[in-house]
Design a protein around this ligand. Structure first.
Ligand code: NDP
Length: 287
């Protein structure tokens, strides 16, 4: 039987519409627009495109956008001062420091200065710690987007055997915590895992975030499993994922394509995090 092809573009579109509706509802109640501050240090063309896409997505859902472009030779103190100013600005609900920053600046140390209440990327040590300990906080966008894909496709997480290939701070590790929080039995694999195909074949939900074109072959997939392909690999034949989509589609029960699967979810979840950030500040003020 043909698998369900999980349509990330359409699910991301639904989340964007929900956020836009919530912003319009806030407007009707006289509440402030959520505001996202973006910081781009230097002129890296790929980073400039990523930031431009985020700014555009913000304006489409009715957010206020505050963009700060700093010269490539900015020192640590200049970026720090800007982050601190944005941390204390009540019109700014979320702050996004586009990484990588130019050589000579410590991007991780700068990101760590972002207030956890405004950490809409969900990647600072404070947010990562809250997630690991099961405490409330803003969750990283790509892993949270994967949970949305599973939920909105009605894939059962609780009690499932979930195998994640890749242990990055951006995807694999936070995703493991999110799946554990939802009562999956979680295995994390990496470059030193012994007999990776055999471990993958155990998975009811197999998530691959490695960055190697078509690493996962069809015979690594348990019949009927859900396969989430996070990989984005630019090749001569275009963008391809970490999973052999054509082969795995013959075995899987549900599968994400590349492009059009996980990719569109990241910005959608950034928008939702920005909305959650403003709502949780308001909830604390009114408590
Ligand atoms: P990293 O390079 O940070 O991590 C890759 C992981 O894969 C590491 O844990 C590494 O293991 C593991 N690995 C490498 N080779 C193998 C192998 N042969 N077998 C098993 N594991 C292996 O990557 P990211 O997590 O940042 O990104 C992974 C992919 O996802 C990339 O293609 C990236 O472009 C894509 N991505 C897509 C996003 C989106 O759709 N929005 C967002 C983020 C990422 P070890 O730790 O042992 O080195």
């Amino acid at each position: 039987m043909a698998p369900i092809v999980i349509d990330g573009a359409s699910i991301a579109g639904a989340i964007r519409s929900e956020v836009a509706d919530a912003v319009a509802e806030r407007d009707r109640h006289g509440l402030a627009k959520p505001g996202l501050a973006t910081i781009l240090v230097g002129e890296d063309p790929a980073s400039a495109v990523y930031v431009a896409n985020k700014i555009k997505a913000c304006s489409q859902v009715g957010f206020e956008g505050f963009h700060h472009a700093l010269p490539a030779d900015s020192n640590f103190e200049a970026v720090e001062a800007l982050i601190e100013q944005l941390n204390s600005d009540p019109t700014v609900s979320g702050i996004l420091l586009q990484l990588p920053v130019p050589e000579g600046l410590d991007g991780a140390a700068l990101s760590a200065l972002i207030s956890p209440n405004k950490d809409v990327d969900g990647l600072t040590p404070a947010s990562a710690g809250a997630l690991a300990l099961g405490r409330p906080g803003l969750r990283p966008c790509t892993p949270a987007g994967i949970i949305e894909l599973l939920d909105r496709t009605a894939i059962q997480i609780s009690g499932s055997e979930a195998v994640i290939v890749g242990r990055s701070d951006l995807v694999g590790r936070p995703l493991a915590s999110l799946l554990l929080e939802r009562d999956a039995t979680v295995t994390i694999c990496h470059s030193r895992t012994i007999d990776l195909p055999e471990v993958c074949r155990r998975a009811d939900i197999l998530i691959v975030a490695v960055g190697r074109p078509e690493l996962v072959a069809a015979d690594w997939v348990k019949p009927g499993a859900t396969v989430i392909d996070v990989g984005i690999n630019r090749t001569d034949s275009g963008l391809i994922g970490d999973v052999d989509f054509a082969g795995a589609s013959k075995v899987a029960g549900a599968i994400t394509p590349v492009p059009g699967g996980v990719g569109p979810m990241t910005i959608a979840m950034l928008l939702r995090n920005t909305l959650l950030a403003v709502e949780s500040v308001e909830a604390r003020v009114s408590a």
